[in-house]
Design a protein around this ligand. Structure first.
Ligand code: EPZ
Length: 431
C-alpha cells in the first residue's frame, strides 16, 4: 500500500507505560446527525456545545454551507443558521469524502421536498448501501430513483407510517427520525438503532420542538410537526474516542484515566475487559486502568448497541494480539472491517482471517514497523500497537485519524507517549 498524496505520518517509540488523564472529546457520531438536523429549520439557528474539532465535522460544515446554511465555529461551540431557501443539490466531491453526508437526505427531503444526493459510495470497511434509508422514505411517500450515481428523492409531503428496519441501521434510523419530525401524522420506527448518539439526536430534535418517544428502546414514535424551532444542544462525550485512550492505558500496562466519559456507554467493552482479566475503575464519569497486566484471550462479537461496538473491534484486535492465549473476533456489522489485520501482522501479530472471523494468537510482544492506516479505527488500532511495540513504528496515511480523533498526538504526548507527526515526503512512485 502506498502513502496517499495528502497524508501525514506518525512515528511512535513504543514500550513505555502511559500515565495521566485524558478528557473525552464530543462525540463525532452524535455531532454529524445533529448538524444535519439543522436543515429541518425554515428560519433560525441551532447552537451546539462540546463539538469536537475533527475533519469529518469540517466536511459536514462545508456540506451545510454548500446547501445555503451559515456555520460559525468558536472553539468547541458551533452555530448553524438557516435563513431562506436551501439548495437541494450538493457537490459530489464533498459528499464522497464522508459516508455521513448521507444524513442530509432525510431532513432536506422533509424540508424542501426534493434532494439530489450523490451516492456517498463505499469505503475501506464495506459497500455501505442505503437500501434501508430508501425503503423507509419510500414508505413515507417519497419517490426515490437512482440516476448517474446520484439518488433523486422527491416528496410533496412525507406522511407518517409504520416502518420496520430489517437491520437496526444507525444512519437509516437517523435519516428516518429527522424526516418523520416534519411528516404529516405519526411515524413508528421499529427495530430502530439504540446507540447513545441517537438518544442525543432525539433530545436535540425534542429541544427543537419535535414530539418523539422511545429512544433506547428500539421503537421510536414520532408525531410530525409543521415546523421546528431554534434550540441549543450539548453533544455527548465520544465513547469510541474515550475507549481508544483507555485501551492505550491497557496495552501499555500504564495508569490512564479518561474523564468526561459516560461509563454506561461502554458497558460492553468493560464486560469484555473484565473477561480478559483487566480491571477498570469506574468513578462515575471517570474510567481508569491502573497498571493492568497482560489480557487473557477472549471471544468477541460485534453487535448493534448495546452490544460490543464494531468501532472498537480494530483497537481490541491490537490489544488481543498481545494477549496470553488465543482470541476469536466475529465482525457482524461490516463485511470488510479487517484491513488493519495485515498491518498488525507486519508488527508480528499472529492473526488468521476466515471470512468475518479473526483468530488472534496472542504474542509476548509486537515489533515496531512501517504500517499504513486503512481507515479511521484501523488507524487507531495501529497507534495502540505502536505504543506497545518494541522499537519504532511509523504509521502512514494518518489523515484517517484526523477524521475522528481531536489532537490525538497532543493527547498521547500529555500521558507520556513518545509520538510525533510530520508530513510524509511523498516520492514520485507514491502518487
Ligand atoms: C454509523 O455508520 C457510524 N457512523 C459508524 O461509525 C458505525 O460503525 C456504524 O454506525 C455502526 O455502528 C456515524 O455515525 C457517522 P449502519 P452507519 O447504517 O450509519 C448496513 C466510525 O468509525 N446497512 O448502522 O453507516 C451497512 O452496510 C464509523 O465512527 C445496509 O445494509 O452504519 C453496515 O454493514 C465507522 N443498508 C451495517 O448495516 C442500509 O441501508 C451497519 O450500518 C444501511 C446500512
Amino acid at each position: 500500500m502506498k502513502a496517499s498524496l495528502e497524508s501525514g505520518l506518525i512515528t511512535i517509540k513504543g514500550g513505555r507505560p502511559l500515565r495521566g488523564e485524558v478528557i473525552a472529546q464530543g462525540s463525532k457520531n452524535a455531532t454529524l446527525p445533529i448538524m444535519a438536523a439543522s436543515l429541518l429549520l425554515y428560519n433560525g439557528k441551532i447552537s451546539l456545545r462540546n463539538v469536537p474539532k475533527l475533519l469529518d465535522v469540517h466536511t459536514m460544515s462545508e456540506l451545510l454551507i454548500s446547501l445555503g446554511a451559515k456555520v460559525d465555529r468558536d472553539d468547541h461551540t458551533m452555530t448553524i443558521e438557516i435563513q431562506d431557501e436551501l439548495a437541494w443539490e450538493m457537490p459530489p466531491s464533498l459528499v464522497r469524502k464522508m459516508r455521513a453526508s448521507s444524513l442530509v437526505l432525510g431532513p432536506l427531503l422533509a424540508r424542501c421536498g426534493k434532494v439530489i444526493l450523490p451516492l456517498p459510495g463505499g469505503c475501506a470497511i464495506g459497500s455501505r448501501p442505503m437500501d434501508l434509508h430508501f425503503k423507509g422514505l419510500s414508505k413515507m411517500g417519497a419517490q426515490i430513483t437512482l440516476d448517474k450515481g446520484a439518488v433523486i428523492a422527491k416528496a410533496n409531503k412525507l406522511v407518517g407510517t409504520r416502518i420496520y428496519l430489517d437491520f437496526p441501521s444507525v444512519g437509516a434510523t437517523e435519516n428516518l427520525l429527522m424526516a418523520a419530525a416534519l411528516a404529516d401524522g405519526e411515524t413508528l420506527i421499529e427495530n430502530a438503532a439504540r446507540e447513545p448518539e441517537i438518544d442525543n439526536l432525539v433530545r436535540a430534535l425534542r429541544k427543537m420542538g419535535a414530539v418523539i418517544e422511545g429512544e433506547g428502546t428500539g421503537i421510536l414514535r414520532i408525531k410530525g410537526k409543521k415546523e421546528l424551532n431554534p434550540a441549543s444542544i450539548t453533544i455527548i462525550p465520544d465513547r469510541i474516542e474515550a475507549a481508544t485512550y483507555l485501551l492505550a492505558g491497557v496495552i501499555t500496562h500504564g495508569d490512564v484515566a479518561i474523564r468526561g466519559v459516560i461509563p454506561e456507554h461502554l458497558n460492553a467493552l468493560l464486560a469484555k475487559l473484565d473477561e480478559a482479566g483487566i480491571e477498570v475503575i469506574n468513578n462515575g464519569n471517570v474510567l481508569r486502568v491502573l497498571n493492568p497486566g497482560r489480557p487473557n484471550g477472549i471471544t468477541l462479537k460485534t453487535m448493534p448497541y448495546p452490544g460490543f461496538s464494531t468501532d472498537l473491534q480494530p483497537q481490541m484486535m491490537a490489544l488481543l494480539s498481545l494477549a496470553d492465549g488465543t482470541s476469536i473476533i466475529h465482525e457482524t456489522i461490516f463485511e470488510a472491517r479487517f484491513l488493519h489485520a495485515s498491518e498488525l501482522q507486519k508488527m508480528g501479530a499472529q492473526i488468521e482471517l476466515q471470512g468475518n472471523t479473526a483468530i488472534v494468537h496472542g504474542q509476548e510482544n509486537l515489533i515496531g514497523a512501517e504500517v499504513y492506516a486503512t481507515d479511521l479505527r484501523g488507524g487507531a488500532a495501529l497507534v495502540l500497537a505502536g505504543l506497545a511495540a518494541e522499537g519504532e513504528t511509523t504509521i502512514y496515511n494518518v489523515e484517517h485519524l484526523k477524521r475522528g480523533y481531536e489532537n490525538m498526538v497532543e493527547k498521547l504526548t500529555l500521558i507520556g507517549a513518545q509520538i510525533d507527526e510530520r508530513a510524509a515526503e511523498v516520492t514520485k512512485e507514491d502518487i
